[in-house]
Design a protein around this ligand. Structure first.
Ligand code: ADP
Ligand code: ADP
Ligand code: ZN
Length: 214
């Protein structure tokens, strides 16, 4: 089973993808994570992407489509993929449909995690991640059980994303509404769009997703 999680920056896509990955044995493909890894490694792709990401704009379709195309060649994706943060434009969605078709695969569900804009600045400015294992946290909504210690791996170093500031969030929300929201009618037409209320607490959102996935 392949599925795509849609929704605004800070809406909870990554948080839920990690939970579904464990529950259903799916692989999470986050183009945001892959692009940040490319930036950190100083690769050609990373050099091209960095300024665009810092400005809260979208990296070109060619770059992200290329990244996903390469990743889908790896055998671990056969058991099913959660696309998180990709596609983000109609052109990316069309390219993904073509890729899946050529591999004899289909998209099972496109699920919108719906969260109004007024929630998102607080979600994003409070977000932090374990530097060692990548587990995601929030200053208010998802604190580690023991202050300063990662629940998953015991790590004590955490990172915050350079683009997780109030000013850049506004630009990312503009990009979401202008370029990504058109994917909702795109998947609606395919008859695979579902919506969950992303303002509920994290466990309730997971339960609603699980009810859809079965
Ligand atoms: P996205 O991947 O869509 O950008 P994240 O999953 O990283 O979003 O979530 C953004 C921040 O909000 C994180 O700090 C996360 O811990 C927190 N968060 C995620 N889901 C919820 C929720 N349902 N309620 C409150 N906070 C949440
Ligand atoms: P969030 O879900 O919190 O907005 P992501 O980690 O998905 O953040 O993305 C971070 C940044 O990486 C985006 O603002 C954008 O610059 C770039 N990016 C990630 N995925 C894509 C994509 N599919 N197309 C274009 N740019 C992308
Ligand atoms: Zn950790």
């Amino acid at each position: 089973m392949n599925l795509v999680l849609l929704g605004p920056p800070g809406g909870g896509k990554g948080t839920q993808a990690k939970r579904l990955m464990d529950k259903y044995g799916l692989v999470q493909l986050s183009t945001g994570d892959m692009l940040r890894a490319a930036v950190a490694s100083g690769s050609e792709v990373g050099k091209k992407a960095k300024a665009v990401m810092d400005a809260g704009q979208l990296v070109t379709d060619d770059i992200v489509i290329g990244i996903i195309q390469d990743r889908l060649k790896q055998p671990d994706t056969k058991s099913g993929v959660i696309f998180d943060g990709f596609p983000r434009t109609v052109a990316q969605a069309e390219a993904l449909d073509a890729m899946l078709k050529s591999m004899n695969l289909t998209m099972g569900h496109a699920i919108e995690i719906r969260v109004p804009d007024e929630f998102l600045i607080e979600r994003i400015t409070g977000r932090f991640t374990c530097a060692k294992c990548g587990a995601g946290y929030h200053d208010k909504y998802q604190k580690p059980k023991k202050d300063g210690v990662c629940d998953s791996c015991g790590g004590t170093e955490f990172t915050r994303r350079a683009d997780d500031n109030a000013e850049t969030v506004k630009k990312r929300l503009d990009a979401y509404h202008a370029q990504t929201a058109p994917l909702l009618p795109y998947y609606e037409k395919q008859g695979i769009l579902k919506v969950v209320d992303g303002t509920q607490d994290i466990g309730k959102v997971t339960a609603d997703l699980a009810a859809i996935l079965g």
